[in-house]
Design a protein around this ligand. Structure first.
Ligand code: PBG
Length: 306
């Protein structure tokens, strides 16, 4: 009996639960006799809602608690937004599975304005992401950026209470929560390059648990995996954390992987971006190569100042 069960550690936010249930549906599809249980938990990242993420140690806070559950056997897999997973894993755990990617762009949400371009000088835009802040400041220096934390529902309700003129969220989160009608503009990646891994779900599990890892095998998407490896390699080589405005996006066209990366200063004064292509069989090398080129273009100085 025990051998036919798999337990999924997840955060309790509606988006996290949607993603865990998505994985549950996929697992049940491929293994109809499998018993899949959710183990929802509240993480430090969900509790410390008053402080900017960049000041309280970053997104790892959302992940750590789930990892403890994997290590002590309370759960078998943890479902994460890949965007939230730090580059390194505790010994014994790894990112086993990368699911097919969904919408990657950021979304402009407002009750009064149709797009970023139509916001007047002094308009208040809510985001807690240094990456979004940096790109907004660079292109729209007349806007005021105000910190915005909490899960997707909380952020929307703060907008609706008129604390902001507009907010920026990952479009995929709104899509998954059936809130796509709230999106006024899908922000083009030329204006707002997404976060590393945005729009993709990852599954973490115990390296040596072959029963579990075999069950996960059919959920892995090779194309997304290739893109994510390139983006995360770039990020790691830049020594990226969420304290630094770093953005990346890659696409696969046949055998050709194209990776675009960006490093900036939080105030938007410095912004370096570059795009390279290479063979899809060496995504790691492409990521490192782009990171090297960004550093040579001045990203090293920007990173040193932060
Ligand atoms: N920063 C929190 C976070 N982590 C993952 C997502 C959305 C899912 C994704 O981007 O894959 C969000 C919400 C947001 O950025 O609006």
């Amino acid at each position: 009996m025990h051998n036919n069960t798999i337990k999924i550690a997840t955060r309790k936010s509606p988006l996290a639960l949607w993603q865990a249930n998505y994985v549950k549906t996929q697992l049940t599809h491929f293994h109809p006799d499998l018993c899949v249980e959710l183990v929802p938990m509240v993480t430090q990242g969900d509790i410390l809602l008053d402080s900017p993420l960049s000041k309280i140690g970053g997104k790892g806070l959302f992940v750590k608690q789930l990892e403890v559950a994997l290590l002590n056997g309370e759960a078998d897999i943890a479902v994460h937004s890949i965007k939230d997973i730090p580059t390194n894993f505790p010994s014994g755990l790894t990112l086993t599975t990368i699911c097919a990617r969904d919408e990657i762009r950021d979304a402009f949400v407002s009750n009064h304005y149709e797009s970023l371009d139509t916001l007047p000088a002094g308009a208040i835009v809510g985001t807690s992401s240094l990456r979004r802040q940096c790109q907004l400041k660079a292109r729209y220096p007349h806007l005021i950026i105000k910190d915005l934390r909490g899960n997707v529902g909380t952020r929307l309700s703060k907008l609706d209470k008129n604390e902001y003129d507009a907010i920026i969220l990952a479009a995929v989160g709104l899509k998954r929560l059936n809130l796509i009608e709230r999106i006024k503009q899908f922000i083009p990646i030329e204006i707002m390059l997404p976060a590393v891994g945005q729009g993709a779900i990852g599954i973490e599990s115990r390296v040596n648990d072959s029963r579990i890892n075999n069950l996960l095998n059919p959920l892995d998407d090779e194309k997304t995996r290739c893109c994510i490896i390139a983006e995360r390699a770039m990020n790691q080589h830049l020594n990226g954390s969420c304290q630094v405005p770093i953005a990346a996006y890659s696409i696969l066209n046949g055998n050709r992987l194209t990776l675009r990366g960006l490093v900036g200063s939080t105030n938007g004064k410095y912004l370096i971006s570059k795009q390279i292509s290479g063979d899809k069989h060496s995504p790691q090398e492409i990521g490192i190569c782009l990171a090297e080129q960004l550093l040579a273009l001045g990203a090293d100085e920007i990173l040193a100042q932060i």
